[in-house]
Design a protein around this ligand. Structure first.
Ligand code: PMP
Length: 436
């Protein structure tokens, strides 16, 4: 007989109010493959602050991995979700539709780059948005090939893994992956890859591996997120646009991490005056509710036949209500401008630290999508320093996220609604953690 009866589980849950006690249960009950960043268990959160089950307060500079550009539990977003909760929580949009989806699609069609006719389809996770963007591009072009960039991240599903350009920990031991996916190096001057070299690699790909007439799509993050906040140069994105135009390839901008005011504009592609054919969105789209979207040229989006796209939970009504409120908050609270201001203040602060601590080898970013990179005295990537820094900062009450193809980058993803005093407090904790 199973000794873990319902009563037993309830008793254990009630007793376990410390982080350590819950963590011991986590190790026993959940697989290690779902790695966790901090052994700190959330109790409640508000805007840029989070309290754990032991009552300790943290400043959250991670925003649940770029999901909370509008902060934890923004009152207007909570109100919108609560209002929807009073009406209905699920009908399956594909069975019984609701108007809010149409309204959100109209608004996203209007705020995404380009003034061509667009259509938007909704899904649940970022990886699903990426999967569907590729499905649609292949269906529209009747071609198989997809080109992605090394260092890019596009999700943990099979196609997401195939497109992701980093083996450990995302792909290691999970193969084989879907075919017809090709990688070229992302331009990264800091690590010796120029725009010309990246473009040369595409030319080489067209010679050695696949003819451009068989390529359905090129997918690119305008700022690589998990990869390390490397900003793709305008010249590179323009060249991709030109290659896609020349060969009838669909250009997909994966704005899952860069979108919704994070970079100082609604979408990162807005910085470059390059219009993608399709955009994938998720994360901050719905302020903490699971929602993703693919927005693209109307004629491409309409290629798949009815029934070819969708999902039971796609366009969940609570998430749609949340996303509509997110768009209002971004507009009314001028979060694009706020991202610019905060990003500027952060970069100044990080550059001052860099002068003092040569272990910081680079400070870069776009708007508030800013990161600092660490290197050893011989110039090789230093992954140990940022790990130790994360730990010291956490002890002092600041949550920082790492990233980077070499694991040597700290990225900043605080809510754009963060109060000045909380932001300054975070900066002070960071400076102190660097010093110790
Ligand atoms: N694309 C990008 C650019 C991402 O940053 C992520 C998530 N980190 C994904 C896709 C996958 O999103 P999800 O985890 O919601 O599937």
């Amino acid at each position: 007989m199973n000794t873990h009866t319902k009563t037993e589980s309830a008793r254990v849950a009630a007793a376990a109010t410390t982080n350590a006690a819950i963590d011991a249960r986590r190790v026993a009950a959940t697989p290690r493959g779902v790695g966790i960043g901090f052994t700190v268990y959330a109790d409640k959160a508000r805007n840029a602050e989070l309290w754990d089950v032991e009552g300790k307060r943290y400043i959250d500079f991670g925003s649940g991995i770029a999901v909370l550009n509008t902060g934890h539990r923004h009152p207007r977003i909570v109100e919108a979700i609560a209002k929807q909760l009073e009406s209905f929580t699920h009908t399956a949009y594909q069975v019984v539709p609701y108007e809010s989806v149409v309204r959100l699609a109209e608004r996203l069609n209007a705020v995404t780059p380009g003034d061509h006719a667009k259509k938007t389809a909704f899904f649940t996770t970022g990886a699903e948005a990426v999967e569907n963007a590729i499905k649609i591009a292949r269906n529209a072009t009747k071609r198989p090939g997809v080109i992605a960039l090394s260092g890019g991240f596009h999700g943990r599903t099979y196609l997401g893994m195939a497109l992701t350009g980093k083996v450990a920990p995302y792909k290691a031991g999970f193969g084989p992956f879907p075919a017809s996916v090709y990688h070229v190096p992302a331009p990264m001057e800091l690590h010796g890859v120029s725009v010309e070299q990246s473009l040369q690699a595409i030319a080489q790909l067209f010679k050695a591996d696949i003819e451009p007439e068989q390529v359905a799509a090129i997918i690119v993050e305008p700022v690589q997120g998990e990869g390390g906040f490397y900003v793709m140069p305008t010249a590179f994105l323009r060249a991709l646009r030109e290659i896609c135009d020349r060969h009838g390839i669909v250009l997909i901008a994966d704005e899952i991490q860069t979108g919704f005011a994070r970079t100082g504009k609604m979408f990162a592609m807005d910085h470059h005056d390059v219009v993608p054919d399709m955009i994938t969105m998720a994360k901050s789209l719905a302020g903490g509710m699971p929602l993703s979207a693919v927005c693209g040229r109307a004629e491409i989006m309409d290629a798949p036949a009815p029934g070819g796209l969708g999902g039971t939970y796609a366009a969940n009504p609570l998430a749609i209500a949340s996303a509509l409120a997110v768009l209002d908050v971004i507009e009314d609270e001028k979060l694009c401008q706020r991202a610019e201001q905060l990003g500027h203040r952060l970069s100044e602060h990080l550059n001052a630290l860099r002068k003092k601590f040569p272990v910081i080898s680079d400070v870069r970013g776009l708007g508030s999508m800013v990161a600092m990179e660490f290197a050893k005295p011989d110039g090789t990537p230093d992954a140990d320093f940022p790990k130790a820094l994360q730990k010291r900062a956490l002890d002092a009450g600041l949550m920082l996220l790492g990233c980077g193809i070499y694991g040597n980058v700290i990225r900043f993803l605080f809510p754009l609604t963060i109060e000045d005093a909380v932001f300054d407090e975070g900066m002070a904790i960071l400076a102190k953690a660097m010093e110790s």
